[in-house]
Design a protein around this ligand. Structure first.
Ligand SMILES: *Cc1c(COP(=O)(O)O)cnc(C)c1O
Length: 434
């Protein structure tokens, strides 16, 4: 398509005049990969159509929520019915209770749950709850993990274990991040050292069990086991940020995957978002009763929201969860994701492109690296120019992956074997040019 006929371009110009960078969330701007973002007109199943009515096979799915694909009939019906009954009441509804029951029955580490409107809000509230419940201020997070954009979480590592973090965003005062310790992901020795130094002052350790915000990097089983053991030993809470992995990597979420290798494994607080809203603004955090009862109105930890437990969003989320728990859904989703990852790896190998990939349930990641990275510095070794070539090559062939190499990918229940085969064929063509 020549620039003069690409209808995304004038839209982007209009957007840039009014909205900083033309987008309402930075990664959408294609800054990392260059070019013009696709403005989405509509979506159905595994596809969306842009301003030019060009069709794309969608491997972002709104960055994870669209696990059933777009416009699933049961979800559409539930949302339409809920909308007719009212958009928002600011008063309790039965559907919030039903959603809480559904989530808690699938993720038994939680006995109580609080619904909020975004993953950022859930992560921020989980930290406040951990601090309120333990009476401690400090906490650990890991480099490359993203937990939303709350001030105390926008932090990179300091110059050593004795120093706390530095803000990664302007507008975050150093005082606000002085209690945030940032460690390397999957580094057991460093974790042990940090606990030896600060363990008794730590409110929590917050971690993405499978980090989806540095592409796709699993916490190793020994690392996750040590996180759990050290938190228990020092009276800190283990906060699992499952905003991305929750109901995405398995019906029991990532914690059920780790429980297979670490008997009895459970976090103290679970943070959820994305899939539980099925594409509507809905997120949550939950844990054992004794911890959750610290929340207002029962306890002293304040937390509130005008739109929390929104009746249309809960209808969307509840129906989504009821669909994905139908027998066979996750097996089929996992099989599609695996076939995509194996197909890409095979094509890369045949075309002589260094490549490694991993997946769990409906979430995947791949790297233009010979071996899977274990932490953020290793992810950074990816040749970004080569990734950008791959991204644009796929885009030109109607395949939409994340416009940055630090993002995971998502397969939905609507992706067919033909979609996967078309994707692998497109990737093979691009690999030949790399
Ligand atoms: C997306 C995400 C968040 C933030 O959720 P928002 O709804 O975008 O605020 C937090 N944690 C993780 C792991 C995420 O992937």
């Amino acid at each position: 398509m020549t620039p003069s006929t690409d209808l995304n371009i004038p839209l982007f110009e209009r957007a840039k005049a009014l909205i900083p960078g033309g987008v309402n969330s930075p990664v959408r701007a294609f800054k990392a990969v260059g070019g013009t973002p696709r403005f989405v007109k509509r979506a159905q199943g595994a596809y969306f159509w842009d301003a030019n009515d060009q069709r794309f096979i969608d491997y972002i799915g709104s960055w994870g929520p669209m696990i059933l694909g777009h416009g699933h009939p049961a979800v559409l019906e539930a949302v339409q019915k809920a909308a007719l009954e009212g958009f928002s009441f600011g008063a309790p509804t039965e559907r919030e209770v039903e959603l809480a029951e559904e989530i808690l029955s699938l993720v038994p580490s939680m006995e109580m749950i609080r619904l909020v409107s975004s993953g950022t809000e859930a992560g921020m509230s989980a930290i406040r709850l951990a601090r309120g419940a333990t009476g401690r201020s400090k906490f650990i997070k890991f480099e490359g993990c993203y937990h939303g954009h709350a001030d105390s979480l926008l932090v990179k590592a300091g110059s050593g274990l004795a120093t706390f973090g530095n803000a990664t965003s302007a507008g975050v005062p150093p005082e606000v991040v002085q209690h945030t310790l940032v460690l390397e992901y999957n580094n057991v020795a460093q974790l042990e050292e940090a606990f030896a130094l600060h363990g008794k002052e730590l409110a929590c350790v917050m971690i993405e069990p499978i980090a989806g915000n540095m592409n796709f990097v699993r916490a190793s089983v020994p690392f996750m086991k040590r996180c759990r053991e050290l938190c228990t030993e020092y009276g800190a809470l283990l906060v699992l940020d499952e905003v991305m992995t929750g109901f995405r990597v398995a019906l029991g979420s990532a914690q059920s995957v780790y429980a297979k290798s670490i008997p009895g494994f459970k976090p103290d607080i679970t943070v959820l978002g994305k899939v539980i809203g099925g594409g509507m603004p809905l997120a949550a955090f939950g844990g054992p009763r004794a911890i959750m009862e610290h929340l207002a109105p029962l306890g002293g930890v304040y937390q509130a929201g005008t739109l929390s437990g929104n009746p249309v969003a809960t209808a969307c989320g509840l129906t989504t969860l009821r669909e994905i728990k139908k027998p066979g859904f996750f097996d089929a989703l996992s099989a599609s994701t695996r076939s995509l990852v194996h197909g890409l790896a095979q094509a890369a190998k045949e075309e002589g492109v260094p490549f490694s990939a991993d997946c769990e349930g409906g979430m995947f990641g791949f790297f233009l690296l010979p071996e899977l990275p274990q932490n953020y510095p290793a992810v950074l070794k990816t040749d970004s120019a080569r990734f950008n070539q791959l991204f644009h090559g796929l885009l030109d062939r109607g395949v939409y992956i994340a416009p940055a190499l630090y993002e995971a990918g998502f397969v939905s229940g609507a992706h067919t074997a033909d979609d996967i085969a078309a994707t692998v064929a497109a990737a093979r063509e691009v690999f030949k040019t790399l």
